[in-house]
Design a protein around this ligand. Structure first.
Ligand SMILES: NC(=O)C1=CN([C@@H]2O[C@H](COP(=O)(O)OP(=O)(O)OC[C@H]3O[C@@H](n4cnc5c(N)ncnc54)[C@H](O)[C@@H]3O)[C@@H](O)[C@H]2O)C=CC1
Ligand SMILES: CC(C)(CO)C(=O)C(=O)O
Length: 294
């Protein structure tokens, strides 16, 4: 299978490198990362130790069987533009946040799948990516139900020794992942703490309340996410990634724009009363505004 990874930063480079063990992979990203990969190959460090030489370019190939989108949520429209002239069999968003699949569906003619990923990845130097935690990939139709493409994509990941499944419950799983990210990313970003600080510290109640608000909004949107399912997921992920600095905290550390609008926004800006999420979003947006990042 020929896989193009659009948004070859931390997560895209890690998954593309792992997939390159079994498939032809083209990492589509930006220099100097792309040039370094072309010159020296991709170095994967951390939990996985691998040096591999996928194709790498700043533009997408003319055709591919599968295109993975791993840009930040605020770059999804740009990723669709990058794929505009590519004959792709199927496109899968593996991003965090809500609405990425809609942005892609509105701009591309091929089937678009939703995906969640619990791998941890952090790009350090050009041509190098650290795997900070192995996880799982789940893909499926954004509207739910069975999908032959989802089965094919999950099989392709599995063939490359990546734990992957096809699910017919993606609406529920996308909202559950959102609850995890609202609960963990937003609170750890503002508290400047690793994920494990949410397990029994003073911020744990904030994370749980944000997760419950996310579940309330999910139910108002017709997705039956129970409060307890959301809070249990936050606790489980915080425990499993206790030493992680969440991707939003890494953005704060690097003085980069965060994904607050795609992750906390759907809850904070909703008509349902969500005072905790609204407070988290307001503080993160203020941090961005003060630095000219929005
Ligand atoms: N890093 C992680 O451990 C995890 C990240 N995620 C999610 O995955 C997504 C990506 O996150 P990261 O990899 O951390 O971000 P990142 O910022 O490291 O990588 C995104 C890359 O896409 C590139 N890019 C943007 N527009 C492009 C375009 N049109 N064509 C080609 N390249 C383009 C950027 O230059 C950047 O290098 C986010 O939604 C994040 O929340 C989800 C789970 C874990
Ligand atoms: C699962 C979690 C919270 C891991 O830190 C993540 O998705 C992120 O940091 O973006």
């Amino acid at each position: 299978m020929h896989v193009a990874v659009v948004g070859a930063g931390s997560l895209g480079s890690l998954l593309g490198g792992l997939l390159a063990r079994e498939h032809r992979v083209t990492l589509v990203g930006r220099d100097p990362h792309v040039s370094a990969i072309r010159e020296h190959g991709l170095r994967v460090t951390g939990v996985v130790n691998l040096t591999i030489s996928p194709d790498a370019d700043t533009t997408a190939p003319a055709r591919c069987d599968l295109a993975l989108v791993t840009t930040k949520a605020f770059d999804t429209a740009g990723a669709a533009a990058t794929l505009a002239d590519t004959d792709a069999g199927c496109v899968v968003s593996l991003q965090n946040g809500l609405g990425n699949e809609t942005v892609l569906r509105d701009r591309l003619d091929c089937p678009v799948l939703a995906g969640t990923c619990t791998y941890g990845a952090r790009r350090s130097d050009p041509g190098v990516v650290a795997c900070t935690g192995e996880g799982t990939v789940t893909v499926g139709d954004p509207d739910g139900g069975p999908s032959e493409w989802a089965d094919r994509v999950a099989d392709a990941f599995t063939a490359a020794d990546i734990d992957a499944t096809a699910s017919d419950e993606m609406p529920l799983l996308v909202w559950q992942k959102l609850a995890v990210n609202v609960g963990i990313n937003a609170t750890t970003a503002l508290a400047r703490t690793e994920n494990g600080a949410l397990l029994d510290g003073p911020a744990s109640s904030v994370a749980a309340a944000a997760a419950r608000e996310t579940a309330t909004v999910a139910r108002s949107e017709g997705v039956d996410l129970a409060d307890e399912t959301a809070t249990d997921a936050v606790e489980r992920v915080a425990r499993n990634t206790r030493a992680n600095r969440s991707s939003m905290l890494q953005d704060i550390d690097a003085r980069r724009r965060t994904e607050v609008d795609a992750i906390v926004g759907p809850v904070a800006d909703h008509a349902e009363p969500t005072p905790v999420a609204a407070t988290l979003a307001g503080l993160l947006r203020a941090w961005e505004a003060e630095r000219g990042l929005r």
